[in-house]
Design a binder for this molecule. Sequence first.
Ligand SMILES: C[S@@+](CC[C@H](N)C(=O)[O-])C[C@H]1O[C@@H](n2cnc3c(N)ncnc32)[C@H](O)[C@@H]1O
Length: 294
Amino acid sequence: MKMTNPLRYPGGKYFLVDYVAKVLEVHDLTGCIFVEPYAGSAAISLEMLARDLVNKIVLLERDPLIYSFWKAVVESPDELCREIDRLDISLETWHRLAPLREVQSPLEYPPLVLGVAGLFFNRTNYSGILKANPIGGLQQNSRYTIDCRFPKERVKSHIMFIAQRREQITVKWGDAVRFLKEHQTTMENQRCFAYIDPPYYEKGKSLYRYYYLDDDHRALANLLKISSFPWLASYDDHPFIIDLYLGQAHSYWMQRLYLDYTAQNRKRGSELLLSNVQIPPVAQPPQAARPQLA
Ligand SMILES: C[S@@+](CC[C@H](N)C(=O)[O-])C[C@H]1O[C@@H](n2cnc3c(N)ncnc32)[C@H](O)[C@@H]1O
């Protein structure tokens, strides 16, 4: 059964699910521990679990509100659903919860408190962006209102569906590079696969409250370079990133996935897939004059 997601996430990667499943299959990694150190909505991890392709997922997230949401899903899903029932989806609640956006550490409040706030802002703000304004604006003078993306029953059923697998889900808070450094040896000695989806190089700052500067992207690339556990990274297609991963002594596999959202009239672009294991070509409609990469 398809794992449905309670979050609407900017940069969510559900569209890569089949591709990642294929990578696991090709490299005989079915049943592995699947580590997603930039979890966001954890769309791929959760779907791998729902398809029984992995034994366990480890989700790490830097944003205290998103981390706390997942923590509450695995630790207290019933209470979380009761809180959702009680939540008035209104501008008043938006202002009441707003101070929680200033919280720097998830240790400052119980996961339930921050998790409800994270879910609230994710479902009531423009494009699910936690630092954005509410849908309909602060004056609510649009035909879209703050509650139009918060179907409570559906969100609760997604939470309860995920919670059935809570024994197989570990949720951690922190910085991905530090986490990978600390767990590098363990991950190399166990059957682990890391799906790395850092904040976008170009748009990260506008989409997430925590994003990377050049040195952070470089630190991640340098760490991945010396890591021998299998990993797959997805990035926006930018010369800086291509140079980081394909320049100098790096020898990664790379594929380019063309995103073409013109049907929805939204955006056009491409996503880079990088890995230290051989990754299959991306299935997509043939188009002339695409640059050939590794
Ligand atoms: C591109 S999004 C991940 C989206 C996710 N793959 C999905 O499908 O929903 C990047 C995520 O990394 C998180 N993040 C930013 N800086 C981080 C850091 N230093 N360590 C861990 N996570 C971080 C952001 O909050 C954001 O949720």
